[in-house]
Design a protein around this ligand. Structure first.
Ligand SMILES: NC(=O)c1ccc[n+]([C@@H]2O[C@H](COP(=O)([O-])OP(=O)(O)OC[C@H]3O[C@@H](n4cnc5c(N)ncnc54)[C@H](OP(=O)(O)O)[C@@H]3O)[C@@H](O)[C@H]2O)c1
Length: 300
């Protein structure tokens, strides 16, 4: 099942595969394993892959690129997202003295060109500014986006981790198609701070990362909040004859903004779980049971 992120944006799979853990920052897949995971994702309808220049200390895009190298038919079947703007301190970037942000026109264009080379592709379907910089100049970002679009190097643009006002500012200069943000039963801010309301108002779909709170729901020694949430979610899992992870994803999917989950697991069975979760329809009361468990109190 595919969805448009906005009336002007690309079409993506309803579930997105996050690639942050594919390389050095995670399970260190071999090129063949990455190829196999990509094929398996396609088999279950997950055709969109989420990258960032920095993943694996600037190496994971390269791994993915080797896995799709020369396969033009495959490139046409998938959608590639990448991000830029964070400058990490790493031996791979010896000139970076502290972690900082750069959203200048020159930096954005150069970063995309490097991502394209590493991913072995001519274009990105979507480019996100990874984090809002206090120094960002929306004019410059708009110029970079316009240049990249006119050269066919990026089809659409968005942001990540932007507040409502930061989104509004940049969107005034250049049309944005999504805001990729952290959302899970352990991270409720977007429900309360207007971020999701803004997506509805703008008719764009949010993308959600860390939807399973980086695996916290499956920790061997979970904190009190997770214990409360899991108690309720497991109760629902029994009712729907399903599993905890699927209930937690179905909880996100229920939101009217049409959240697109970006799944961090590198195990196809767990990515499949997210796809399966699309079919589960918990009731409003059940949604509030998880909300209440997370907040530790009932809504007023
Ligand atoms: N825009 C941003 O600033 C930003 C920030 C962070 C991430 N992201 C994107 O979002 C994606 C997902 O983020 P994330 O990795 O933080 O999210 P996540 O999906 O909440 O967490 C993934 C972790 O949870 C574990 N896990 C998942 N399902 C599990 C289950 N059923 N049982 C046990 N463990 C389970 C995974 O282990 P296994 O691999 O062993 O299954 C993995 O270690 C990333 O790959 C990246 O593309 C974006």
């Amino acid at each position: 099942m595919n969805v448009q992120v906005s009336s002007k944006g690309s079409t993506f799979s309803r579930i997105v595969a996050g690639c942050m853990n594919w390389g050095e920052w995670g399970v260190n897949l071999t090129v063949n394993e990455a190829k196999e995971l990509i094929d398996n994702c396609l088999d279950i309808g997950v055709t969109t892959f989420d990258h960032a220049d920095i993943y694996g200390h600037y190496t994971t895009e390269k791994l993915f690129g080797k896995a799709i190298k020369g396969n033009h038919a495959l490139r046409e079947k998938i959608q590639l997202i990448s991000k830029c703007g964070i400058k990490l301190v790493t031996p791979n970037r010896p000139d970076n003295n502290i972690t900082s942000y750069d959203t200048s026109k020159g930096y954005i264009v150069k970063s995309v060109e490097e991502s394209l080379k590493k991913l072995q592709t001519d274009y990105l379907d979507l480019l996100l500014i990874h984090r809002p910089s206090p120094l960002m100049n929306p004019n410059e970002i708009a110029e970079a986006f316009t240049k990249l679009k006119s050269k066919g190097k990026v089809l659409y643009f968005g942001v990540s981790n932007f507040t409502r006002t930061q989104f509004e500012m940049l969107n005034t200069f250049v049309p944005l198609t999504t805001n990729q943000i952290e959302i899970s039963p352990l991270h409720l801010n977007p429900f309360l701070d207007g971020t999701l309301d803004q997506c509805i108002t703008k008719n764009i779909r949010p993308m959600a990362y860390s939807t399973l709170a980086k695996g916290s729901f499956f920790a061997s020694t979970p904190g009190d909040r997770v214990v409360r949430i899991n108690e309720v979610a497991n109760q629902l899992a029994r009712k729907y004859n399903t599993t905890l992870d699927k209930i937690l994803i179905s909880w996100l999917i229920k939101h009217p903004s049409g959240i697109i989950p970006v799944i961090g697991s590198t195990k196809i069975s767990r990515i499949q779980s997210a796809v399966d979760a699309l079919k589960i329809r918990i009731t409003d009361e059940e949604w509030f049971m998880i909300w209440e468990a997370s907040m530790g109190k009932s809504v007023p």
